[in-house]
Write a protein that binds this ligand. Structure first.
Ligand code: FO1
Length: 334
């Protein structure tokens, strides 16, 4: 993907994306290509945890690496061309090897932890890393306060990374909760971005709604800011033909007694979204959803796919905004 930002004719309009890790960062990359610094990405930190004494922020780092062109395209997380000397050394010492930290990646966790201990906030640290990596969009941890995703399973309550990486999502999920949610304060920059008069659209990326987007919405003030904002809020389905592109979304939906389809995802966000983007393979759900929809190709394999989906999302926001403006004008003139 070229580093240059493609021009849209709505110069000055700003957009916010809500994102988790791998799936969300692909659309964020497409949006970043079209919008550059006019994009703010509010990222889930419910997956953060302390490992080997270090503060690890997986979804933040996945987003930073993806936007900086550093991500390992095969896994979707971690750095490409990574070396693994640290992991080999820690394994040789009998240390924990279930969560793999590459040598370059390790530098992020060491420096983040050092800065946190010196009193910097997650948002300040992320801004520093973003500047060092030459990333144009603002990447904002949803909160500087700890909010931890806990997965209630048949094997007991597991911290997110224990469930996701150590247990490889095998245990049956009974429920999901967000420890610390009531006390967490939303990133003030995220709230400002959602209240900005220039805001032209909010895009909920095709991340896992239950594990990656719900923690963002659980931070007091964020869902309210979405409901209040004048710009259209739209969501992109992470489910295509009953399957998640990556990860356990469909499995978890089944375990929670939900049908794993795009219609369930749209219902999950009802009251929050004004439009829904779903895949061509799921076009049959369109008439039953009861809100404006856009049927398009949502699978993002290539850079062109990411930009095309981003373009479709922005076009949907434009259309919803135009409809809203027309309705307001009609009401004024009545
Ligand atoms: N995912 C894995 O499946 N195995 C790992 O060993 C692993 C290590 C890891 C290290 C740093 C990082 O930023 C992400 C890492 N991830 C790993 C991905 C991560 O657990 C998940 O993708 C997200 O938390 C879910 O969005």
């Amino acid at each position: 993907m070229s580093a240059a930002t493609a021009c849209r004719d709505d110069a000055g309009a700003t957009y916010v994306a809500l994102s988790g890790g791998v799936g969300g960062s692909k659309l964020s990359l497409g949006l970043s290509h079209l919008l550059g610094s006019r994009l703010t990405i509010v990222v889930n930190t419910g997956d953060d945890f302390e490992h080997l004494g270090l503060h690890v922020s997986p979804d933040i780092d996945t987003t930073l690496y993806t936007l900086a062109g550093l991500v390992n395209e095969e896994t979707g997380w971690g750095r490409r061309d990574e070396s693994w000397n640290f992991m080999r050394a820690i394994e040789a010492l009998g240390g924990p090897e279930w969560f793999r930290l590459g040598d370059g990646d390790l530098a992020m966790h060491v420096d983040r932890t050092r800065r946190l201990r010196a009193g910097e906030t997650l948002n300040e640290i992320c801004a520093k890393f973003r500047a060092c990596l030459g990333i144009k969009p603002r990447v904002l941890p949803m909160s500087d306060d700890p909010l931890r995703t806990l997965v209630d399973t048949d094997n007991g309550v597991l911290a997110f990374q224990e469930y996701f990486v150590r247990e490889q999502c095998r245990p049956r999920v009974r429920g999901i909760r967000f420890e610390g949610a009531t006390k967490a304060r939303a990133s003030s920059m995220a709230l400002d971005a959602l209240a900005a008069p220039t805001l032209a659209g909010v895009i909920i990326c095709p991340s896992n709604p239950y594990l990656s987007i719900d923690p963002v919405l659980a931070v007091p003030g964020i869902a309210e800011a979405l409901r209040k904002c004048r710009a259209p809020v739209i969501a992109v389905s992470p489910i295509i033909a009953g399957k998640a592109v990556k990860g356990p979304t469909a499995k978890i939906m089944g375990e929670l007694g939900l049908a794993a389809d795009a219609a369930t995802i749209a219902r999950h966000y009802s009251g929050l979204i004004k439009g829904f983007v779903l895949d061509e393979e799921d076009a049959r759900y369109e008439p039953s959803l009861g809100l404006p929809t856009l049927v398009t190709k949502t699978l993002m394999k290539t850079s062109a796919d990411k930009i095309a989906l981003a373009e479709a999302c922005l076009a949907m926001c434009d259309k919803l905004r135009a409809g809203g403006d027309a309705r307001r004008a009609k009401a004024r003139d009545a």
